[in-house]
Design a protein. Structure first.
Length: 76
């Protein structure tokens, strides 16, 4: 798992860090940690656009862990 610590980073820095990991392989996961809710909105839109899986958790009030992964294609 690739971990991106974006605590204290404001937009667009977390998005730029995520885009550097663009060569995500099937089944690989990125954990992006942020403390800005606007980052969650931007990353959610980005993941929808690229059809990436996204799960957002808030383990501590105001700190968001975003788990981003690429789907493994279904086998026929």
């Amino acid at each position: 798992m690739i971990e991106l610590d974006c605590l204290g980073d404001i937009c667009p820095v977390p998005m730029l860090k995520l885009k550097q990991c663009r060569m995500l392989k099937d089944g690989e996961q990125i954990k992006l940690i942020t403390d800005h809710s606007c980052v969650c909105e931007n990353i959610t839109d980005y993941c929808k656009k690229l059809k990436l899986n996204l799960r957002v958790e808030e383990p501590v009030n105001g700190v968001f862990e975003m788990y981003i992964s690429k789907s493994v294609p279904l086998q026929k």
